[in-house]
Design a binder for this molecule. Structure first.
Ligand code: PMP
Length: 399
């Protein structure tokens, strides 16, 4: 019976994952929009959200969302049918002005944006160069395309260049480099100037994923490429409204023809229902706030820098983080889980990140800070981390 064969093999797979401490389980968390959350009846300091600027519960944004749905709740159809209205149109113009690009397009989520953009642009005969630590949605977008894929070592520009040279010899029709600007699991950043140099030298397009740069970097929060002074050399900027904006949805911003092409070819744009009015209203209000949030960005940076410095002083491995995303590398899955659980017992929520999200043997806890984390709460978390790391064997002895 095919049903029982399926049941048996799924169960075997689940048991294997469980044995290897890589079985994922859902856990309800209440109040993820604020720095202190509730889990299993316990109050925990939330070090696991991407709500970098603390805007997910901002009263003006919530009110804008409420007002936006008064005339109706669903968007009822895809954009090319009747799901496109003047509010979305105005927001896209506003996003383009904020990003400093000719044009912009809203999409359902960052995941949809990446799979859609890459699978639409890349064709058979093209070559695509992707940092090995790029987000899963970039990897999936490339898989959906027919392009030849080169994964270069993380931030290794020599490795990238050797791939580009190979591609010239192989006469690929076009070349594309795609990278996260801020890497989600390591908290380090892409070498933007070198990427632009290579893009220009080899006539490649450069596409960046600003999921964790949007709102956090740039004078108006327009992203890390702007902060690095190379926004204009980037062909297409992808970003999400689900993190620093505290809302949902995503944008793609670039030259007019690129956006017109995507309207015609990007399947997760064409074949899905438009964002609902609540989200459009929330993103619109959040954009006004994000673009004037230098104080929040400064606070976030100061808290991140101090937190990282303290973790390093304890001898913990925080990889090459320079952003508000700060990993503590723990290694194997069992130790990673033990560290995370022990911290949770002590009131600190930092979720365990294990393979396949990160490479084998590089399990970690990922701390992500918020501009409105209270300094005293972070200090308390640091002392809990120091003690717990020692107890769970994360901290090398004698350091
Ligand atoms: N890119 C990166 C680098 C991300 O970290 C994420 C979210 N985890 C996404 C894209 C997907 O964005 P969204 O959550 O809006 O789908």
């Amino acid at each position: 019976m095919s049903g029982s064969a399926w049941d048996r093999s799924l169960r075997e797979q689940l048991e294997t994952w469980d044995r290897e401490d890589r079985l994922r389980k859902l856990q309800a968390t209440e109040g993820a929009q604020v720095p202190v959350v509730q889990r299993g009846g316990k109050r925990l300091l939330n070090c696991s959200s991407n709500n970098y600027l603390g805007l997910a519960d901002h009263p003006r944004i919530k009110e804008a969302a409420r007002q936006s749905c008064l005339s109706g709740n669903g968007s009822t159809a895809s954009r090319l049918i009747v799901g496109h209205d003047s509010r979305i149109e105005a927001l896209e113009a506003k996003v383009a002005a904020w990003k400093g690009t000719e044009s912009a397009l809203l999409l359902g989520s960052g995941y949809m944006a990446n799979i859609g953009v890459l699978s639409a642009l890349l064709q058979r005969g093209d070559a695509v160069f992707s940092d090995r630590y790029n987000h899963a949605s970039i990897i999936d977008g490339i898989r959906l395309s027919r392009a030849e894929s080169y994964r270069y070592r993380h931030r290794d520009m020599d490795h990238l260049e050797s791939g580009l040279k190979k591609s010239l010899r192989k006469n690929h029709r076009r070349r594309m480099i795609v990278t996260d600007t801020v890497f989600s699991m390591d908290g380090d950043t892409a070498p933007m100037r070198e990427l632009v140099r290579l893009k220009e030298r080899y006539g490649a397009a450069l596409i960046v994923d600003e999921a964790h740069g949007t709102g956090v970097y740039g004078h108006r929060g327009e992203g890390y490429a702007a902060d690095a002074g190379v926004a204009e050399q980037v062909d297409l900027h992808v970003g999400t409204f689900s993190k620093a904006f505290g809302a949902y949805g995503a944008y793609v911003a670039g030259r007019r023809d690129w956006i017109r092409y995507l309207v015609n070819a990007c399947r997760p744009f064409i074949y899905t229902t438009a964002l609902p009015p609540t989200v459009v209203g929330a993103v619109d209000a959040a954009l006004d706030i994000v673009s004037r949030s230098d104080d929040r960005r400064r606070a976030l940076k100061a808290k991140g820098d101090r937190f990282r410095r303290e973790l390093r002083r304890m001898g913990l491995d925080t990889a090459d983080s320079t952003t508000p995303i700060i990993p503590v590398i723990t290694g194997d899955n069992t130790r990673t889980l033990a560290f995370s659980r022990a911290l949770e017992d002590q009131g600190v929520l930092a979720v365990a990140i294990r393979p396949p999200t990160v490479p084998e043997g590089t399990g970690r806890l990922r701390f992500s800070l918020m501009a409105n984390h209270r300094d005293e709460d972070l200090e308390q978390a640091l002392s809990v981390i120091e003690q717990t790391a020692e107890e769970t064997g994360v901290k090398p002895n004698g350091q």
